[in-house]
Design a binder for this molecule. Structure first.
Ligand code: HEM
Ligand code: NAG
Ligand code: NAG
Ligand code: NAG
Ligand code: NAG
Ligand code: NAG
Ligand code: NAG
Ligand code: NAG
Length: 329
């Protein structure tokens, strides 16, 4: 009998541990402590994103990069910590193309003025990302709040945890599984590449140096598209500055065309085209293309909610930063 009780206790404790991170976030977490917080974010986004719609892409990407390194804890925003100095996550190669830090700081200042020390920077990233995408006509997803801010930010951890554009299928799968995300999430979340831009270095090896062979093109890239990119965009392998729309023609519209391009072998990164090389992910792509835009939005929302709860700090873990770029002293 005692053994049975002990067994039940262990089972309950384990399931509690497994579900605790998600259970501790809740919708409108600041209802009592800072009732205007979410409205302040939404108003600021409404006021500024229509003038700078390309920031919506950078914010959803910032949220992704935050969540994949030490969980969604705003470690991506830190400029300096005592352990890493200025070699924080944002200095790592994948982060060098992030923007919009000033926007987040402005939202934080408005919220601090309303209720000091209450709302985390991690929640602000999650809310800004969602609201910016909605304002630009993309999907809505729920953002339960209650995340707390981390105190560590380490450039080498960003390199180790953020998937790279030259990842093949199995490397992508491993990267996502390590964060509790499955192949369906991989296909759906990659769908964010329906908006935004990339710099040439993310894919020029596919045009000029595939598999390290000078002059070789990636045979899984549509050759007409490849020629076009070489002639008009990334004219050499050393072009570090030119930007390319990832979903040419509708890079500001959150739609299904990213997936159509994948099937036409026009995914820009190896990581995009890798999704067509596995039968499970290929069939998800085809299924999405057979469904409606609303179906895609609904599925995307579920994956975003999963992503937004990766390894979150809750309760008394971490802190509520006063300034998003610095840990509290
Ligand atoms: C699956 C693995 C992924 C890889 C390898 C990857 C890689 C990249 C790279 C290399 C860029 C271009 C950055 C630049 O050169 O400026 C980019 C852009 C972008 N990524 Fe991803 N990404 C992945 C997943 C995601 C996810 C999960 C999201 C969000 C849910 C996302 C959202 C975006 C957006 C919106 C942009 C455009 C950014 C802008 O316009 O500034 N990506 N990604
Ligand atoms: C933090 O670093 C960003 C660039 O990564 C810079 O734009 C910003 O001004 C810095 N913030 C502070 C408060 O120093
Ligand atoms: C950063 O992370 C790397 C890899 O995990 C580790 O070797 C290094 O010691 C860390 N740096 C600091 C300053 O904590
Ligand atoms: C980072 O810190 C090092 C020394 O600690 C300093 O030499 C360098 O200028 C700093 N870089 C930036 C961008 O602040
Ligand atoms: C995928 O990439 C990994 C890491 O670079 C490599 O070890 C592996 O062999 C590759 N797998 C395939 C199927 O190419
Ligand atoms: C081509 O790829 C190889 C192997 O990755 C690398 O060593 C070489 O520097 C690359 N060439 C150029 C011009 O970038
Ligand atoms: C582009 O970046 C690479 C790697 O950072 C560097 O070696 C190269 O000199 C840069 N090219 C130009 C034209 O700035
Ligand atoms: C946004 C940001 O902090 N970008 C930095 C990325 O890293 C490079 C090199 O370390 C810096 O020059 C950028 O300022």
């Amino acid at each position: 009998m005692q053994t049975l009780i002990y067994f039940l206790f262990v089972v309950m404790a384990l399931s509690g541990v497994i579900s605790s991170s998600q259970a501790d976030l809740k919708l409108n977490y600041y209802a009592e402590t800072c009732p205007k917080a979410e409205k302040i974010v939404l108003d600021y986004v409404h006021e500024h994103i229509p003038n700078a719609p390309t920031l919506a892409a950078t914010f959803i990407r910032m949220h992704f990069h935050d969540c994949f390194v030490r969980g969604c804890d705003a470690s991506v925003l830190l400029n300096f910590t005592s352990s890493s100095g200025n070699q924080t996550e944002k200095t790592a190669v994948p982060n060098q193309t992030l923007r919009g830090f000033g926007f987040i700081d402005s939202v934080k200042s408005l919220i601090e003025a309303e209720c000091p020390g209450v709302v985390s920077c991690a929640d602000i990233i999650a809310l800004v990302a969602r609201d910016s995408i909605v304002v630009t006509g993309g999907p809505y997803w729920k953002v339960p709040t209650g995340r707390r801010d981390g105190t560590i930010s380490n450039a080498s951890e960003a390199l180790a945890n953020i998937p790279a554009p030259n990842f093949n299928f199995s490397a992508l799968q491993t990267s996502f599984v390590n964060k509790g995300l499955d192949l369906k999430d991989l296909v759906l979340l990659s769908g964010a590449h329906t908006i935004g831009i990339a710099h040439c270095p993310a894919f020029t090896s596919r045009l000029y140096n595939f598999s390290g062979i000078p002059g070789k093109e990636d045979p899984s890239l549509d050759s007409e598209y490849a020629e076009n990119l070489k002639e008009k965009k990334c004219k050499s392998i050393n072009d570090n500055t030119t930007i390319v729309e990832m979903d040419p023609g509708s890079f500001r519209t959150f739609d299904l065309s990213y997936y159509s391009l994948l099937l036409k072998r026009r995914g820009l990164f190896e990581s995009d085209s890798a999704l067509t090389k596995n039968s499970i992910t290929l069939s998800y792509i085809k299924k999405l293309l057979q469904g409606s835009l609303q179906d895609f939005f609904q599925e995307f929302a579920l994956s975003m909610e999963k992503m937004g709860s990766i390894q979150v700090l809750t309760g008394s873990a971490g802190e509520i930063r006063k300034h998003c770029a610095f840990v509290n002293s």
